[in-house]
Design a protein around this ligand. Sequence first.
Ligand SMILES: NC(=O)c1ccc[n+]([C@@H]2O[C@H](COP(=O)([O-])OP(=O)(O)OC[C@H]3O[C@@H](n4cnc5c(N)ncnc54)[C@H](OP(=O)(O)O)[C@@H]3O)[C@@H](O)[C@H]2O)c1
Length: 386
Amino acid sequence: MKKITILGSSGSIGTQILDIVSKIKGYVCVEGLAVGSNIKLLKSQIKKFKPKAVSVNSAFDAKNLKKWSKTNNIKIAVYNGPKGLEKLAVMPSTDMMFASIVGSAGLQSVVAAVKAKKDVAVANKESLIMAGKYIMNLATENGVSILPVDSEHSAIFQCCDGEKKSQIKRILLTASGGPFYRYDKDFSKITIEQALDHPTWKMGKKITIDSATLMNKGLEAIEASVLFGVSIEKVEIVIHPQSIVHSMIEYIDGSVIAQLSSHDMHLPIQYALTYPERLPSNIKPLNLFEVGKLEFYKPDFNKFPCLNLAYYSAKKGYTVPAVMSVADEVAVAAFLNKKIKFTDIAKIVEKTIKSHKISKNISLDTLFEADLWARQYAEKIIKKEI
Ligand SMILES: NC(=O)c1ccc[n+]([C@@H]2O[C@H](COP(=O)([O-])OP(=O)(O)OC[C@H]3O[C@@H](n4cnc5c(N)ncnc54)[C@H](OP(=O)(O)O)[C@@H]3O)[C@@H](O)[C@H]2O)c1
């Protein structure tokens, strides 16, 4: 029985993890759950999965949850805030943590879990963008695995299992292209509703907007470079509108290995959960005759400037990817709050990274300093104070 903790259990990824846990009964048991503010959903998850501990964002919600658990005769530890996430991350009884919180709020708990020698399944790509090398080195030191949850990275992971990483020539990272790949109207007039209408994947709001600007693909390129230890120049983005090939690896002998399936996040989540085993799943079987054709196109870096910004940040390294990721988080939130236009997202990210003084001394402290600086700087741009 694998004992897991899920941070972000009320989100798109978190609820899908719990869906799989219910389907593979007897294989996994849930020790801890954390949400931000969706207490209603957390209560129903507590009743169903009976975790030993939970964490919520605010002290007020935690207090009420403690009262509720007493009234309902439920024995459970209730924590709150960043410290609460850390408590769950290091729970002695767990084997593995699922990092499925959105944004930089997920970083500290990933580091805490690795230090406590827990395997970590990472959906929270922002933590790998911000502190990729730091986390991977820490994982090696502590002898734990960092397992990918993103469908593309799960595909790459499956394509290089048993292979020598030194023999990878290129990673071909596929992308659906998002809702605007063929859009030829004015990008500055794109509405929130249009940007949230992703053609293939149903996801949380932040990643859906990132998929529309293609920043998500830029973040994924950096994530691939970190997870698989290859330079960013060896990660090539390929637009593949059918979302059937989830990514590929080209080896030095010219062989290209791909992973294909119907597009359903349940598969990469389940693989991270059961690795190195495979269990039957409920995903729609792939019918290539129904799919008919698989298309591949080059991405347009001019139409989607966030791609350029991601590669630029990865090449600069040090604190720059963290600054880019945080500036993007702030800009996406501002777009969702109708404070800026769709096209301002890339402009805010660019202005922030170009104004950043790189710190070459990488520690969690310098990364958090860079996070704070980028957050405040991007917010000033939005308020037109800069
Ligand atoms: N969705 C996908 O298909 C997909 C695919 C690949 C990778 N990812 C990555 O997975 C991560 C999660 O994405 P998502 O789509 O599941 O996002 P989402 O639906 O917006 O869910 C985010 C989760 O994080 C929780 N959360 C946010 N801030 C928190 C905080 N400060 N403390 C504790 N919990 C907090 C939210 O809790 P409340 O809702 O209770 O506030 C929610 O449970 C992202 O990094 C994303 O890039 C997602």
